[in-house]
Design a protein around this ligand. Structure first.
Ligand SMILES: C[S@@+](CC[C@H](N)C(=O)[O-])C[C@H]1O[C@@H](n2cnc3c(N)ncnc32)[C@H](O)[C@@H]1O
Length: 504
């Protein structure tokens, strides 16, 4: 299908109306983007924190990654999983989910394709390829929504259909196969990771958000998005957006260096980002991707052209450093970071304070990631945003002495305060505005202040942090994380109180 503005605009508006998400005087429009293809643009100036749009997934389903924990195909609970009694091979958690309309439809499709029931060990593979199967159940209007979206043609997309045909021996019809292969490409190019569920029963799934999909990427985005408890995507301005400007998400991690972000974007989304941050070899003076010069020991080594990265040079003594050397150091540090268990806090701190200062500048990606990791390890309350880390933390917090709030030494507590402040300062340097990571860090900082004050009150001394300062840190965190299903309970309580007040 030829994609054109009129059809895309009309289809997206109608879709949002069907989902009751159309906003009067919506501040966006779809236009051709200089970056290629289409993009979303501001029709008027948008203030920081203002809602830009809400979206709902046209397809929501399990992720294909084998590392992703399995969940019920209906409600996404990870508890009490069992095979559907009708022997389709899909996993459900209860009678209610097995009998749900959505499941019954897909159960029938899958059974029609089977020459024999799927064995228990193959059911895992079936769950992982369910999202494209779901696309066959869409009505014609929703299918046209999917057809409006960008699909990259590359061999890496559509392996789910190969699994259906080869490993699962499903008799998929030719036209179904063709559409599912297209949907796989669309999902790979556009889908967002969505967290569903609460606290220790959360699953990570993927959702295709039609309007969200039309926004292009910048490593210095001007929006922040969260997912609410009904899987709506809520997109707000993380910075002031002037009228006519393009509205950007970030498809990559914000605290990765330019090389890491560009590599990831190229591999997964098939483009090389050339945003302002990528073009600046110092990344706005943060030096997040640099190493220290081995010759003068003080200068920072940066690429002479950050979009090519084949030549690296010390800013102070001018020595040229081979790109392989920079890549090696970066690789070794990255591997060291990934090799830690979360109870290796002391080892991580030694690396951070003794070894890394000789190799890399303060804001190098590894240092930043290490600090970020430590912040979460030192967190006693389970904030659910970094799911994998939280998952590990559950085991540390429940089973290992030393890292719950009460057990945290004063030294570790102030260390955590410093890490939070360091990273907040870095986010400002990177011009990331009211991004989600800022909200999470502010909440962690507030929790530290709270703990410090409690300790001081108990010991009879005067609180270090003023109550108003704590309140404003908490309020800013709550404003950023508003409606986020993964937000800490205290923050969720604040919005429900606000909503109640507005109703009165
Ligand atoms: C989610 S879609 C965004 C909307 C897309 N431009 C369209 O026309 O539908 C993602 C794709 O848009 C393109 N894209 C997004 N951000 C880009 C950027 N900063 N530079 C170049 N291409 C970009 C890439 O082809 C990417 O795979």
């Amino acid at each position: 299908m030829q994609r054109n503005i009129e059809t895309i605009t009309q289809t997206i508006h109608k879709y949002l109306e069907r989902k009751s998400l159309a906003i009067e005087d919506a501040p966006w429009e779809i236009k051709k983007s200089e970056l290629g293809g289409f993009g979303v643009f501001a029709t008027r100036a948008i203030e920081v924190g203002e809602l830009i749009f809400k979206d709902f997934p046209v397809i929501l389903g399990p992720r294909a990654a084998p590392t992703c924990p399995l969940s019920c195909v209906s409600c996404y609970s990870r508890r009490d999983l069992r095979l559907c009694g009708k022997k389709c091979g899909l996993l459900v958690c209860s009678e209610k989910c097995e009998k749900s309309l959505g499941h019954q439809k897909e159960c029938k499709v899958v059974r029609q394709w089977q020459s024999k029931p799927i064995s228990e060990d193959l059911s895992v593979q079936l769950v992982r390829v369910l999202s494209p199967i779901r696309s066959l159940l869409l009505g014609e209007e929703d299918k046209s929504v999917v057809k409006c979206l960008k699909a990259h043609k590359s061999d890496q997309h559509g392996f789910e259909v190969d699994v259906m045909k080869d490993a699962l021996a499903l008799n998929v019809k030719e036209d179904e196969e063709k559409f599912m292969r297209f949907v796989c490409s669309v999902m790979d190019s556009n889908a967002f990771e969505v967290l569903v569920g609460f606290e220790d029963n959360q699953a990570s799934v993927k959702g295709l958000y039609p309007l969200g999909s039309l926004a292009n990427h910048s490593c210095c985005p001007n929006t922040c998005h969260v997912f609410d408890d009904k899987q709506h995507m809520v997109v707000r301005a993380s910075k002031f957006i002037p009228q006519g400007s393009e509205i950007f998400h970030s498809y990559s991690r914000l605290i990765w260096s330019t090389s890491a972000r560009r590599f990831h974007l190229y591999r997964t989304k098939h483009f090389l980002c050339k945003c302002q941050r990528c073009e600046d070899p110092t990344e706005f003076g943060s030096y997040i991707g640099s190493i220290l010069c081995k010759v003068c020991k003080t200068g920072k080594v940066i690429p002479t052209n950050s979009l090519q990265t084949d030549k690296w040079q010390c800013e102070v003594c001018g020595s040229l450093i081979k790109k392989e050397e920079v890549a090696n150091i970066t690789f070794v540090l990255g591997s060291a970071l990934n090799s830690f268990d979360d109870d290796d806090v002391a080892v991580m701190l030694r690396l951070l304070h003794q070894k890394l200062p000789n190799l890399v500048p303060e804001n190098n990606q590894t240092v930043v990631e290490l600090k970020y990791k430590l912040i979460w390890i030192l967190v006693p309350e389970n904030n659910q945003t970094v799911v994998e880390l939280k998952y590990k933390l559950i085991w540390i917090l429940g089973h290992q002495q030393g890292f719950a709030w009460n057990d945290l030494s004063d030294e570790y507590l102030s260390l955590k305060v410093n890490f939070c402040r360091d990273l907040l300062a870095l986010l400002e340097l990177l011009r990331l505005g009211q991004c989600k990571m800022r909200g999470l860090l502010l909440y962690e900082l507030y929790s530290c202040y709270n703990e410090q004050n409690n300790r001081q009150t108990k010991s009879g001394s005067v609180s270090k942090v003023h109550e108003n300062q704590m309140k404003s840190v908490l309020q800013e965190a709550a404003d950023i994380l508003m409606y986020d299903v993964t937000a800490p309970a205290e923050i969720k309580r604040m919005w429900s109180e606000e909503v109640q007040l507005k109703k009165k």
